[in-house]
Design a protein around this ligand. Structure first.
Ligand code: CO8
Length: 372
């Protein structure tokens, strides 16, 4: 049995960002226009007015201050409130592949590895731009990587489940190197016209290079162990899919975008994740004092504060549990990997940390790493 290590990471960050103030101004203009258009029905009590959103609520409830997006103009247009992403010809790179190339090249450059020496590309994300051919195969082709490639989707846990899959293939000797890439265009699946969730998501792409841990010279992270768990829930759901036409549901329906019962998610996911991490650490003979860092899924500051405290047995310092959601918002599977990529370089050899994601499914994935 071989061992595996993370030798490189990459983060593609879009060049456009939206502050809470900009977002709320656009949403409130949309609400005013809708309310004016429906004034008679509202006055007759036949329709409810759309209430205004508020920057203070958003930061207080979530910790999010800003988010990056692939297209800002469409999201901030009160007559639209979703991105404009023009169609591309079949022989042009897909948007997800383009984002993935940038992040993958960063990961390969950090590790000093040629794309041709990669044996597997896993494109693990919450949404895929098309059904087939797999985005991963396109990324493999554009990079010039070898071996094979496939797409996978476990919503917010796609990255950690992808790392688990790649690690197991390296351990078994099936492959020597894998790229796990997470292009998340959440802005295209978010309902920006829904006040309860319009602030939650942003766009980004992360990449992680995983190699057989044999003769590695540069600093890296040994993957000590991985764990994954799922438990079915409808509290985070998107009903879009290939049967849509057969159901005569091609109209602009709310449930074709991201839907959630945020409060229920909060209440149900916290115990699931806390128990999952506690079990993983106990199986490894570790306590909170043995962990130098927690790189958690980035959905909500309150959730992370709760989990960090449960795991470490005390309120974690920002160094022990770094958050990036204030700048990136929830980027689905990429969140914990952004935190890891941006806040891991200072760990000393021998120090241990845990990457943990959680979200729709429900799903939870954890990766225990040690600096070498
Ligand atoms: N401005 C002002 N007031 C607001 C706003 C707003 N924008 N939104 C809601 N309110 C009001 C509500 O109407 C409510 O008013 P009232 O008390 O009068 O009814 C009050 O504020 C409180 O509302 P909530 O109870 O909804 O507020 P919460 O404190 O629960 O905070 C959160 C809402 C932030 C959404 C919180 O519930 C949360 O973060 N929950 C966890 C969510 C989570 O982690 N989800 C994970 C989803 S991600 C995932 O799994 C990946 C899916 C795939 C990605 C798809 C990409 C699009």
């Amino acid at each position: 049995m071989h061992s595996a290590a993370i030798t490189g990471t990459g983060v593609f960050t879009p060049d456009q960002s939206i502050s809470n103030a900009e977002l709320v101004t656009a949403f409130n203009a949309y609400a005013d226009r809708q309310n004016a258009a429906n004034a008679a029905a509202i006055a007759a009590g036949e329709a409810a007015p759309i209430p205004h959103s508020s920057s203070d609520f958003i930061e207080e409830a979530s910790g999010i201050r800003s988010r990056y997006v692939m297209d800002k103009s469409g999201v901030l247009d009160p007559d639209r409130l979703f991105p404009r992403l023009p169609p591309r010809a079949d022989d042009a790179p897909s948007l997800m592949a383009e984002m993935a190339l940038d992040a993958s090249r960063q990961a390969l450059d950090t590790a000093g590895v040629d794309a041709g020496d990669v044996d597997a590309v896993i494109c693990a994300a919450s949404n895929h731009e098309r059904a087939y051919p797999a985005i991963a195969v396109e990324i493999q082709n554009l990079l010039g990587a070898g071996g094979f490639a496939f797409d996978m989707n476990v919503a917010c846990s796609s990255a950690t489940f992808g790392i688990l899959t790649a690690t197991d293939m390296i351990r078994a000797g099936t492959i020597r190197r894998a790229l796990v890439v997470n292009p998340e265009i959440c802005s295209a699946h978010l309902e920006w016209r829904d006040r309860d969730c319009h602030f939650i998501f942003g766009d980004v792409c992360t990449a992680v290079l995983i190699e057989r841990d044999e003769g590695l010279q540069a600093p890296h992270f040994k993957i000590k162990s991985t764990r994954a768990a799922t438990q079915f829930s409808n509290n985070i759901r998107n009903n879009d899919g290939f049967l849509r036409r057969t159901r005569d549901q091609m109209e602009d329906r709310r449930d074709m975008q991201f839907m959630q019962e945020g409060r229920k998610v909060f209440k149900e996911v916290l115990p699931l994740v806390s128990r999952h991490i506690a079990d993983h650490m106990a199986q490894e003979g570790l306590t909170g004092d043995d962990l130098r860092r927690l790189w958690l899924h980035q959905a909500n500051r309150g959730m992370n504060d709760y989990i960090g405290k449960k795991v470490l047995g005390r309120t974690p310092t920002p160094q022990e549990q770094p958050n990036i959601l204030q700048d990136y918002a929830n980027t689905s599977s990429a969140g914990s990997i952004i935190a890891f990529a941006q806040h891991s370089g200072d760990l000393a050899p021998g120090e241990t940390g845990l990457i943990c994601s959680f979200g729709a499914g429900y799903s939870v994935g954890s990766v225990l790493v040690q600096r070498a």
